[in-house]
Ligand binder design. Structure first.
Ligand code: ARG
Length: 422
């Protein structure tokens, strides 16, 4: 059981505040336990401009609300490195929620320092990944700060109980609280879970998706867009140089319109449970396609292979809340090194839910037409293939002679074995 003491005795805590039912109730719950609560809302992109956010925080009992515009920091220090790394969790999830947590933890710590607070708090449940990401990140950055996570420990274990508590304490609840889903949004993507989605057999109802059109509603004609990269980072769209935040927003709008970036998966949470998740990540999916296409042109085969393997480790460490670690620094140094010749342009086709790289070029390209071509310009010495194959195939010939051809089975059975016969 938790050993956390929630008695504030007049001390100060900085709470990561979204304005939703959970964090509003947490505010009051902490105030009731004699904490002075300062609320912090981090804008990591697509924060819905709620004019009443401050009013609601104060009504819940906070002494003040700090709103931090963290979009540029999020893009530069979290999103773009993850794009360069090719970090995708379990082959599908571009990690939007997971990437924002260490940044929000950093902002909590900075605000706690500025406010002279003794603790930080969040509204995560005890079943998810986000609590781990917050707690581990805060512990790395400020081991002296107490971390309060009331939702893990409190008596308001059901939603109706929480709503009753809120009503009893005069905490205004937004109408959107009526949403049957639990969502999280930022520049890199939108995460949706709970409600009917908890049944992995049920197809997501249309109202789950807010950022992307359905394939049916997407335009019949494809759109083409050119993304320019410099050292692994996207820097321009259709020839127009852009800062990372507007660039991602632009890609978000284009790809979303064409129905790109819907993800429906069952994933393995860090706490050991499988969970059904829906994501909308139009910009992430489109930019990843472009980034991969350019890597295919500018990285050698062994570079691509190792990088792909490490991308899985990179994704895991982001997912698992290990952003502020030396292991991450080491991996990131490798990734940055791989990106030093990753400059060039990719042309994407966006059409009916699918993004496809249909053109790529780079001043540092490893693709040589004179080697690849089948026409007169061919510079590849085909006669040299004899000697190459002679040596390459040598161990195979030796083994076939002394083993494979001595066996009773047909060589057809090398992979499928005996039972393959229909
Ligand atoms: N499963 C995703 C993750 O762990 C998304 C979590 C969404 N969080 C939320 N509060 N709805 O990164």
């Amino acid at each position: 059981m938790s050993g956390t003491s929630y008695e504030g005795a007049g001390k100060k805590v900085v709470l990561a505040y979204s304005g939703g039912l959970d964090t509003s109730t947490v505010t009051r719950w902490l105030v009731e336990r004699d904490w002075e609560v300062v609320c912090l809302t981090a804008d990591v992109g697509f924060l819905d401009a709620d004019p009443d956010l401050e009013k609601r925080a104060l009504a819940a009992g906070a002494t003040r609300l700090v709103v931090e515009d963290a979009q540029a920091t999020f893009a530069r220090y979290f999103v773009l490195p993850a794009l360069a790394a090719g970090a995708i969790y379990e082959d599908r999830y571009p990690l939007a929620t997971a990437l924002a947590r260490p940044l929000i933890a950093k902002l909590l710590v900075d605000t706690a320092r500025a406010e002279g607070a003794q603790a930080v708090a969040h509204g995560c449940t005890g079943k998810g990944n986000d609590q781990v990401r917050f707690d581990v990140s805060v512990a790395a950055l400020a081991p002296d700060l107490t971390i309060l996570a009331p939702v893990r420990d409190w008596e308001l274990t059901t939603r109706p109980a929480e709503i009753a508590y809120a009503a009893e304490h005069g905490i205004p609840i937004r109408e959107t609280t009526a949403s049957p889903y639990s969502t999280d949004e930022n520049l890199w993507g939108r995460s949706i879970e709970a409600g009917v989605l908890e049944d992995p057999w049920v197809e997501p109802p249309a109202d789950v998706y807010q950022w992307t059109r359905s394939v049916a509603e997407a335009p019949d004609e494809p759109a083409f867009v050119e993304v320019q990269f410099e050292q692994g980072a996207p820097v321009a769209i259709d020839g127009v140089a852009m800062e990372p935040v507007p660039l991602i927003e632009r890609m978000h709008a284009l790809a979303g319109q064409h129905g790109i970036g819907r993800i429906d998966m069952v994933e393995n949470r860090l706490v050991g449970i499988k969970s059904r998740e829906i994501y909308e990540a139009p910009a992430a999916v489109a930019l990843r396609e472009a980034h991969q296409a350019l890597e295919a042109l500018t990285l050698s085969k062994p570079q691509q292979r190792l990088k792909r393997r490490l991308a899985q480790d990179y994704a895991d460490l982001i997912y698992d809340g290990l952003w502020f670690t030396a292991h991450h620094q080491d991996l990131a140094a490798y990734v940055r090194s791989t990106q030093r010749h990753m400059s060039g342009t990719v042309r994407l086709r966006l059409h009916k839910g699918t993004v496809t790289a249909v053109g790529r070029r780079s001043p540092r390209s490893l693709y040589q037409l004179s080697l690849a071509t089948y026409d007169a310009a061919d510079q590849f010495d085909q006669s040299a293939a004899h000697g190459f194959i002679q040596i390459w195939g040598l161990p195979v010939r030796v083994q076939a002679d002394s083993q494979l051809l001595q066996q009773p089975e047909s060589p057809l059975q090398i992979a499928a074995g005996d039972d393959a016969e229909p």
